[in-house]
Design a protein around this ligand. Structure first.
Ligand SMILES: *Cc1c(COP(=O)(O)O)cnc(C)c1O
Length: 409
């Protein structure tokens, strides 16, 4: 039976029997797994049988969540990590070698940009281009290019990568295409639709939604032909070629670096995932109302939200996504101080983080983009007074009233 998005998540645990007829998987905090027949233990170690060995390589609770993520992204398998950054760093560490080259976006989550600095120090090269244009990505490709990495909607300025154009380019050149789908969530967009080979998530954001657990994931969509990837070690080619990538990421990226998702976090994220398709449309609706209100307010200079017709990639967002996302940023008119405005907001919380059920706002240049310096901020289009708002699921009228009173003051 072909089932819908939420049905797939809700019934995922029941695909194998659960003790005591429970309707969802229990939490397994055990770190070691014992076998009655020692030969079985050896078979699991040698990859002839699936099973759990030691908690750093995965646990049954994280595995149940991995299955849900694979269903959400319609992928062939997923690996959970302790955070979104752990998933990104683990994937790069597992798949790249000295001398390799990555093409990526100038508009990227700031810690991913910082991680590129580390990779450069280790002997990889990274070209950051304007990924809203596939031609800019094409121009940066070299013989040593191993992957193209982009996000869907960039945070905080909401630029939208040329996701379909880059997908066609990667298919033509046989390049691994990795999409960080955190900002859209699998409810608004599935990167497999544009040919992505790997999909990354910070599960901390919309998929968890409640701001009470860190987590990350990488999903293989099954679209990339790993036999064309030169960095797979012989030891990891003993499985079907479709599994080579995940096999190497689980061993080299997860096991060897050890940023494993704890069972309790996996459990909380799995509960959050059940209501993703209910929460995200509500947050998007609230964001659209707020963005339109701010765009017409005299104390506001600019609003960056893909749902506004004035957004440079509004058309692209309409074609690719089921909604325009729940994050926007804005610049105040001259003379209005961003700190004063934030302090006047009563419901909206001054906080980093995004994809939370609560609405959070942050002065970007002074916080999350402070470390990278004025020059990089200018390149990324981050003005000193830019405020980022991650819109939650509060009652929309209450959020509008809060911004109205804060702007009036
Ligand atoms: C938050 C975020 C990350 C990092 O995720 P953590 O779970 O905080 O480590 C990566 N990519 C994007 C787009 C994010 O928003």
């Amino acid at each position: 039976m072909k089932t819908g998005f939420t049905t797939r998540i809700l019934h995922s645990d029941l695909e194998s029997p659960i003790e005591h007829s429970a309707v969802h998987k229990p939490m397994h905090p055990a770190m070691a797994y014992g076998y009655e027949d020692a030969r079985e233990l050896a078979r699991v170690f040698q990859g002839e049988r699936t099973g759990f060995i030691y908690g750093r390589q995965g646990n049954p609770t994280a595995a149940a969540l991995e299955q849900k993520i694979s269903k959400m992204e319609e992928g062939i398998g997923s690996i959970a990590f302790a955070s979104g950054m752990a998933a990104i760093a683990g994937t790069f560490a597992a798949l790249l070698r000295k001398g390799d080259h990555i093409v990526s976006s100038r508009f990227l989550f700031s810690n991913t940009t910082s991680l590129y600095g580390t990779l450069t120090g280790l002997g990889c090269e990274v070209s950051l281009v304007d990924a809203t244009d596939a031609a800019a990505v094409a121009a940066a490709i070299r013989p040593e290019t191993r992957m193209v990495f982009v996000e869907t909607i960039a945070n905080p300025r909401t630029q939208i990568a040329d996701l379909a154009g880059i997908g066609r380019l990667c298919a033509e050149r046989g390049l691994l295409y990795i999409v960080d789908n955190t900002m859209t969530s699998p409810w608004l967009f599935q990167p497999r639709a544009v040919g992505a080979g790997l999909v990354i998530h910070s599960l901390t954001k919309y998929i968890c939604g409640h701001g009470n657990a860190l987590g990350g994931s990488v999903t293989d969509t099954g679209l990339y032909d790993w036999t064309g990837f030169p960095n797979i070690y012989e030891a990891y080619k003993k499985v079907a070629p479709a599994q080579w990538g995940l096999n190497q990421i689980r061993k080299k990226g997860l096991r060897d670096f050890g940023a494993t998702l704890a069972a309790e976090s996996a459990h909380r994220i799995a509960i959050g995932a059940e209501t993703l398709a209910l929460r995200v449309p509500r947050a998007c609706e609230n964001a659209a109302r707020l963005a339109a209100f701010l765009a017409s307010h005299p104390a506001v200079d600019q609003v960056y939200y893909p749902g506004l017709a004035s957004h440079p990639q509004h058309q692209r967002a309409s074609e690719l996504f089921k909604g325009y996302g729940a994050l926007f940023s804005f610049e105040l008119a001259a003379g209005v101080d961003c700190f004063d405005l934030l302090n006047r907001l009563q419901l909206v919380i001054s906080s980093t983080h995004l994809g939370d059920n609560r609405t959070l706002a942050i002065p970007v240049a002074h916080t999350i983009y402070f470390e990278m310096g004025a020059e990089r901020r200018a390149e990324a289009g981050i003005a000193d007074g830019l405020i980022r708002v991650s819109v939650g699921i509060e009652d929309g009228d209450d959020l509008l009233a809060d911004f109205a009173q804060a702007l009036a003051g």
